[in-house]
Design a protein around this ligand. Structure first.
Ligand code: ZN
Length: 303
């Protein structure tokens, strides 16, 4: 599949991208064939069942416990992703609020800054964007190392008032998704009662996919019309809320001794979910891969 991004944008913006890797991912379908089983397990009830989540955990053990990112959204996931996507589907990763600093929709400042008076991680941007940028870059670097066709877009300026300006996340992500790619915008949710929790808001302008389903298994799922349908999902861009920017998650990110491991663990959970959703088996030795040798069947927990 041609890179859909290059078909729809000018060279000056393309230069900002981390370019698509030259080596296409190797398809190892044995793991991907299990996803429909997980999807059907999930489909039996609106929320992911314990057995489905257990199966996912065995398929792609997380380097961080599920609790690391705090509470999942306690809202009904009223959709199931069944449409399969090609393993070579291009993925575009965006950092939420990278085009809206100092204007409406700048993102959360996080509990440390807002409630305890801590210094922002970077003076001119909200803490959420600081972590969105770090996380998005880590996901792309790890995904490329694992052979995914994955790239990063970061707008050239931080305050673009018109959401339909061609340089915004919305415009770039919408065009990418319309051309057949999967656009994923990284967010951290608000602290306290304003935040909902970790989870995926899938694109709502096309059939829900197994990639949507895989990300929801790993992080939780929001209702299809959360707040009436937000601007990004309406444009075909998935929003992934990693977790509320408070508590253990925020403390681990802010602690210089734990920061890199925390970002790496979150990136591993996302990339493992991308691989599962695209039917790609993670390579031997990856954090998310199974140990070699005989083991329990992944489907043994059904019922
Ligand atoms: Zn956000």
């Amino acid at each position: 599949m041609p890179n859909p991004f290059q078909a729809v944008t000018g060279p000056q913006i393309a230069a900002i991208l981390v370019l698509v890797t030259d080596h296409p991912p190797k398809k190892r379908p044995d793991l991907g064939q299990l996803l429909p089983v997980l999807v059907s397990l999930v489909g039996l009830c609106a929320m992911p069942s314990a057995s489905a989540q257990g199966a996912f955990a065995r398929l792609a053990p997380l380097s961080l416990t599920a609790g690391f990112t705090g509470p999942r959204a306690r809202l009904t996931k009223d959709w199931v992703g069944r449409t399969s996507l090609a393993a070579q589907t291009p993925i575009l990763v965006l950092a939420g609020h990278a085009d809206s600093q100092g204007i409406a929709g700048a993102g959360t400042s996080g509990a440390a800054v807002a409630l305890r008076g801590a210094a922002p991680m970077q003076a001119d941007i909200q803490d959420e964007l600081f972590w969105n940028l770090r996380t998005a870059a880590a996901v792309v670097a790890l995904g490329r190392s694992r052979g995914l066709e994955i790239q990063l877009y970061v707008p050239p300026v931080r305050d673009i008032a018109n959401g339909n300006d061609p340089r915004t996340n919305w415009s770039i992500g919408k065009a990418f998704a319309a051309a057949g790619g999967y656009a994923l915008e990284i967010h951290y949710d608000a602290y306290g009662p304003d935040g909902v929790g970790s989870g995926l808001m899938p694109p709502i302008n096309r059939p829900f996919s197994q990639l949507d389903e895989s990300l929801a298994l790993a992080f939780g799922g929001y209702p299809r019309l959360f707040r009436g349908g937000l601007g990004a999902p309406k444009r075909g861009i998935a929003i992934l809320e990693i977790g509320k920017l408070e508590g253990q998650l925020e403390a681990s990110l802010r602690d210089p001794r734990r920061r890199e491991a925390s970002i790496a663990g979150i990136a591993e959970r996302i990339v493992a979910a991308l691989e599962l959703g695209l039917g790609i088996n993670p390579p031997p030795g990856a954090v998310g891969s199974e140990p070699s040798g005989p083991g329990p069947q992944a489907s043994s927990g059904g019922g």
